[in-house]
Design a protein around this ligand. Structure first.
Ligand SMILES: [Zn+2]
Length: 258
């Protein structure tokens, strides 16, 4: 389909999604439960990055469900998923869910790709002006289907930067990275594991700390194999959940040993 055609069909689907899609509640609330929104990237007609064997949308959904379970085992929480099956949800709808006032944390799960088979590693992103070229390219890819141009996103961003959610997200990203290094990097020899910033549309305007985790390069054969494995998916989910718990604990007991 032409670019224009794709845009208009996306717009139609976006408008119909607005009226039909609600965040899907996966579990009941507990007292003082944290409301955590988990966003498996892509879905339905949007497969994300593809290889001969693997679709990004399948890995992100499997990983997101494991992350939800891992969070529930560690943090008193009410988990909401932006999708729980192979379903197209527009970025605008995901963004609307992220902007709910009631959220305590929003985490989007993706899989990275590169023209180079050598590209590897884990990246934990929070929303800010992108400073490196690779991050800008990645954001452009993940932002496909956003209803407005990045110019508009930048306008929204200027407002976002006036609140303190960015600092919270940066803190949370630090805890998640630390946990990933200890529990995934050392066990599976994954490197590098980095915190980065970029303009991801899905995170714009979130009123709670928000991260986007690129869980590995699907275009790297070794990492693709790993991404498909239950053991890696579980370890990664547990590490992200542990990082989030450490972040929430730090709010109750501030410390500075990151
Ligand atoms: Zn993606």
């Amino acid at each position: 389909m032409s670019r224009k055609g794709r845009f208009f069909s996306s717009l139609v689907i976006f408008l119909s999604a607005l009226t039909t899609v609600q965040a899907q509640e996966a579990s009941g609330p507990a007292t003082d439960a944290k409301v955590i929104i988990i966003d498996p990237g892509h879905g339905g007609k949007d497969p994300g990055t593809l290889t001969k064997r693997t679709k990004e949308k399948d890995i992100t959904l499997a990983m997101a469900k494991r992350l939800g379970s891992a969070i529930q085992q560690r943090i008193p929480s009410k988990i909401l998923y932006t999708r729980t099956k192979d379903q197209f949800i527009s970025l605008a709808e995901r963004n609307r869910i992220a902007n709910r006032n009631s959220c305590d944390f929003f985490v989007s799960v993706h899989v990275n790709s590169s023209p180079s088979k050598e590209a590897k590693g884990l990246e934990v992103y929070y929303l800010n002006n992108a400073t490196d070229r690779a991050a800008s390219k990645l954001a452009a890819r993940e932002n496909q289907g956003a209803p407005k141009a990045m110019k508009d996103v930048q306008a929204i961003l200027s407002g976002l930067l006036q609140n303190d959610v960015t600092d919270d997200s940066a803190q949370a990203a630090g805890y998640v990275r630390k946990s990933l290094v200890q529990q995934v990097g050392k066990v599976f020899s994954v490197a590098p594991i980095r915190v980065k910033t970029a303009l991801f549309y899905v995170l714009v305007g979130a009123k709670c700390p928000s991260l986007l985790v690129e869980t590995g390069f699907i275009t790297n054969p070794k990492e693709e194999q790993r991404l498909r494995s239950t053991s890696y998916q579980k370890a990664l989910a547990q590490a992200v959940a542990n990082g989030m718990k450490a972040y929430f604990d730090s709010l109750a007991h501030p410390r500075s040993d990151l």
